[in-house]
Ligand binder design. Structure first.
Ligand code: ADP
Ligand code: MG
Length: 210
C-alpha cells in the first residue's frame, strides 16, 4: 500500500483525504492516479468496491480549474443510482474546493431543472448517456471545453444499451482530451471502445472478478 502523500497533490487535497479516512491508496488508485494526474489515457479493470471513483476523481479534481466556469469533465455511468453515488463521492473529495459545481444529469427526472442547472455552468457533469445525449441534441449542454471524459462501469453501460448514445456523445467532446475507461471486465466490445476513443491508453488491471 502507498500513501496519498506519494502523489503530487496539494496540501488541502491530502488533508481532506485524511478527514475522509483515506490514508493509503487502494491498488487501482495507486495504479491509476499517476497517469490520471499527468493527463494520460487509462483503461482500468477492477472489481466493485475497489475505490475506482477516487482513482479518477482525485486526479480529475486536481487538474480542474474552479475559476473557469465551463464543463471540464464529463463522467458517464450506467444508472442514475451509480451517477448519484459518483457525484456524492466527487463532492466529498472536493469539499475543500469552494464554489465547485458538480451537476448530475440522469433520465427519469424532469428535464427543465437540469437545463437551468446547466445554464449556470457546472465544472463537472456526471450522468447517464441517454439523458446527456438528449441535452446535447437540444443544445442545452455544451461540452466544447471538456478536457477529461470518464466512462465508469463501461461494461455495464454497454450491457444496458448505451453504445449508440456514447458514440453520439463522442462527437460533441473535443478530440484532444483525456479519456479514462473503467470496467469490471474487458470483453472485446470494451477493448474496441478503447481502440476507437483512446490514445496510448495505459492498462491497469487489479482485483479482477472471477
Ligand atoms: P468502486 O467504484 O470501485 O465500486 P468506490 O469508488 O465506490 O468503488 O469506493 C468504494 C468505497 O471505498 C467508498 O465508500 C469509498 O469512500 C471508499 N474508499 C475509496 N478509496 C478509499 C481509500 N483510499 N481509503 C479508504 N476508503 C476508500
Ligand atoms: Mg464505481
Amino acid at each position: 500500500m502507498k500513501a496519498f502523500t506519494a502523489l503530487p497533490l496539494t496540501k488541502p487535497m491530502i488533508e481532506n483525504l485524511e478527514t475522509l479516512g483515506y490514508q493509503e491508496m487502494t491498488p487501482v488508485q495507486a495504479g491509476s492516479l499517476p497517469h490520471v494526474l499527468k493527463g494520460e489515457d487509462l483503461l482500468a479493470q477492477a472489481k466493485t468496491g475497489s475505490g475506482k471513483t477516487a482513482a479518477f476523481g482525485i486526479g480529475l479534481l486536481h487538474n480542474l480549474n474552479v475559476k473557469r466556469f465551463r464543463v471540464q469533465a464529463l463522467v458517464m455511468c450506467p444508472t442514475r443510482e451509480l451517477a448519484e453515488q459518483v457525484a456524492g463521492e466527487l463532492r466529498r473529495i472536493a469539499r475543500f474546493k469552494h464554489n465547485i459545481k458538480i451537476v448530475t444529469i440522469c433520465g427519469g427526472v424532469p428535464f427543465l431543472p437540469q437545463q437551468i442547472s446547466l445554464e449556470h455552468q457546472g465544472h463537472i457533469v456526471v450522468g447517464t448517456p441517454g439523458r446527456i445525449e438528449q441535452h446535447l441534441k437540444r443544445k442545452t449542454m455544451n461540452l466544447d471545453h471538456v478536457t477529461t471524459l470518464v466512462l465508469d462501469e463501461a461494461d455495464r453501460m454497454l450491457d444496458v444499451g448505451f453504445a449508440d448514445s456514447i458514440e453520439m456523445i463522442m462527437g460533441y467532446v473535443p478530440k484532444h482530451r483525456q479519456t479514462l475507461l473503467f470496467s469490471a471486465t474487458f470483453p472485446k466490445p470494451i477493448l474496441d471502445l478503447s481502440t476507437r476513443f483512446q490514445k496510448n491508453a495505459h492498462q491497469v488491471v487489479v482485483d479482477v472478478e472471477h
